[in-house]
Design a protein around this ligand. Sequence first.
Ligand code: ZN
Length: 61
Amino acid sequence: MTKPPKTGESFQVDCPHCGRSFEADMLGGSSERNRGFKCPHCRLFVAFAAVAEQDRVEPAE
Ligand SMILES: [Zn+2]
């Protein structure tokens, strides 16, 4: 269902830590677990896999 994200693509993300949404580019990682975003509000790392599972991420235009 979810196609593998590409590093550098922009996404609209709902941060599971602080609950605010932001738009950010995917950060690369050597493994799937390391891919995700840095929340500009709380500065915590948001793992792509975690937000994808909860439907909290969608591609941004
Ligand atoms: Zn946050």
